[in-house]
Write a protein that binds this ligand. Sequence first.
Ligand SMILES: Cc1ncc(COP(=O)(O)O)c(C=O)c1O
Length: 232
Amino acid sequence: MTNRTKAFLLCNPHNPTGTVWTEQELEGICRFCKAHELLILSDEAHYDFVFHGQHTMLRKIVEKYDVSSVTMISPGKSFNVAGVQTAALLVDGDTMKKQIMSRMNAMAYPFEHAFAEGVTIGAYMESEEWFEEVYRYIKENKEMTVQYIRENIPHLRVPESEATYLLWVDCSAMKMTDEEIIEFWKNECGIIPSGGLEFGEAGSQYVRLNLACPKKILLRVLENMKKKDLTD
Ligand SMILES: Cc1ncc(COP(=O)(O)O)c(C=O)c1O
């Protein structure tokens, strides 16, 4: 943080690690941001996919701390409508809303298009059953993958992940460079992961897998990885 710092970017729940921040942790963030007069931008795009723990919307607690915030939600992940490019911002009041709208207008951001409203209403109001099925399927995929890796693939390590259809995988025991790790997943296992370095230096030696796919694809990838003996 420097004296030019204006905002705190929060990813809640966290992509790529899948951490669900507890209410106490969020309160700590609120106190910190109040003390340093920081605006909190809370990206909650993944909040529907919480499998363990309890998601707390930042919105629920900010008023108590009198801290400025914008919470961002979107049907994009939960209802697989990212292509529609629509999202919602929960803001502090009319003044902030006007400021944001005026910046968005200045950028000529295309936030008014024919499908946005219909898709958003359809997703949130009429797609519960569909979502519940997707949720169950992805939860099973995640449990299956974590268990399979822990039982069968000693050169991979998966930290606890409570949310998102993404899995953050520690590949350091593969003893390869970051580039080689990605190539290995791609060429030997049949999946293109996101390289950990995309998320910053601390992501070195990690990959992020997207588990929102048919189980048979996941199993094929895992079996391919299991066949490789990469331990010393
Ligand atoms: C944490 C997070 N925020 C925002 C986005 C983008 O969401 P949207 O497609 O709704 O703009 C993504 C995914 O790409 C994401 O993982």
